[in-house]
Design a protein around this ligand. Sequence first.
Ligand code: R5P
Length: 297
Amino acid sequence: MPEVDQEGKDYGLDIPVKTEGFFLKGSHALDWGIKNRLARIFNPDTGRTVMLAIDHGYFQGPTTGLERIDLNIVPLAPYADTIMLTRGILRTTIPPTYRGGIVLRATGGPSILKELSNEQIAVDMEDAVRLNVSALAVQVFIGGEFETQSVHNMTRLVDRGNRYGIPILAVTAVGKDMARDARYFRLACRICAELGAHYIKTYYIPDGFDTVAASCPVPLVMAGGKKLPELEALQMSYNAVQEGAAGVDMGRNIFQSDAPEAMIQAVRGVVHKNLKPQEAYELFLEIKNKLILKKCG
Ligand code: R5P
């Protein structure tokens, strides 16, 4: 029998119990597990995230910069708050010692040779739990040929995610014919949020992005898109976070840079330290030069 301890005496009677809120927009009423997972994606100190997107292979095979994820991406992982990827790459290539968030691609089906909006759910919730993921990502094709199917993929994942405590990231996919304007993105993001997505990835647009963010009741992260010159990509990231994005989810603009390790650190400066684009670009050049000197020995 353990020794009987004395009854507690210090109840802090004059100190009210704190009722903690939650730092992310629209997320205060979520369950503990979902909040905890979101806090592995978004830094609670800044309320923002740098997600590194490397899931391109799920529909387009070995994309430039992703031919050897072990060589090109694993060294970048410590600079990302979260990696967005497929379970194939996670299991084969990402060391299980990685401590950042994992956002798992949960839909797929068609390749670039077919109609991309014809996706289905491609991961079982049990496997997502087994992989200890922080969120699942689903492509939503508003206005696309298989719009309803992709919305249903999302709502089914939201139901399952709520059951298991896993947040769902809705990615607003833009078909090649869709106009990328504020009206379209307000529509797409709002539909995803209304139907339960916990956060949303969407494209930056120079005109009206602030209204897209303001009319979306959950956090938005900015999608990177095709490769731009580094200063332009930093400027776009800066504009997005200043206009309401809770961070970025960037792939090609990081791993197709001629100095990916420098670029991801510059993006972090913009997202987490509010560096101005020119300051971040100077940081990029400084780190890039250091890395070149190190290589030359
Ligand atoms: C497609 O929409 C996927 O989510 C991409 O594979 C990826 O996340 C896109 O990243 P980026 O456009 O920044 O290269």
